[in-house]
Design a protein around this ligand. Sequence first.
Ligand SMILES: C=C(O[C@@H]1C=C(C(=O)O)C=C[C@H]1O)C(=O)O
Length: 321
Amino acid sequence: MSSTLERHAVGAVAVGGLLVGAGPAVVIGDRVSLRTDPPAALRAGVTLAEPATAADLPAIAEHAAAVVVGASWTRDIPLVRAAAGLGLPVVVERRASASMEEWLGLAAYCAGEGDGRVILCEGGSRPDLALVRAARAASGRPALVDVSADLGLSAAAVAAGADGLIIDSGTGTGTGTGTGTGTGTGTGTGTGAGTGAGAAQAAGAAQAAGAAGRRVAEEAVTVVGALLRDETPATLPECRQAIDRVDAALATLLERRAELAGIVQRLKPVGGFAGRDLGRERDVVARMAVRAPALGESRLSAIMNAVIEAGLHLAEERSGR
Ligand SMILES: C=C(O[C@@H]1C=C(C(=O)O)C=C[C@H]1O)C(=O)O
């Protein structure tokens, strides 16, 4: 077995005001690539910036919180080396078809050329989430997943252990001017660019789609993070934020539960409070106590009585009883 399969605790890398790799997963909505975005996209305070050439590096050092070694040029070693030595955290994208060993090898090279602050990043149209999980555990480096091409993978990426999601900066800012393309889909991707009439519309569509995309990513980080991401908050604000995420997940589940309980009321011969089934309620509590042994049956029973009664009230209200 390769030694890269050893598992390491994942360290944290600060990127601007974000801590990537410890605590909650983050959403990064501003990744700029000077290979495709206009130079003006590199505004002060941008989080991630990818150079087109070495000439871009001084401006990136001045304006960006981290430099991206992009998937399309991981073999341009002089540029990789210059980017890694810039003094910023380095985000190392996996070249499509690169193996985990190649990816981690490049990350280690960047760590050696720089000050060691390296974050892995997986992207493309079909991000390999199993590889993200394995690479993160094997290297101890935090990992981001760029879900711009398929926002529907946001929840899966967080579940796979991603320390953050990147959503395309074009979708996040909608800075288009002029006519051109403005596409917004249900999953929230959009770009606005061009010159002439229709610009505002294109930019507006891109902005709306970008905001929707951000909500999808934030939702995944919050709800899936609350369910699956290990956290040991050390401060009062961090702990309260962690509780807020758990409450968001709870509210989502409570609403879902109330809908299901409402369907049951319509399916039973006698619904509502009149058809209350205390045996079934006891079974519900007993099963939950297996998952929540610290709370135990008697505390859970009080909680679930309130939950069940709220569901019955809602069902009766809706049925006009
Ligand atoms: C949903 C039902 O109706 C009532 C509500 C329950 C619940 O919310 O879990 C459980 C038992 C019943 O008192 C059911 O019978 O399953």
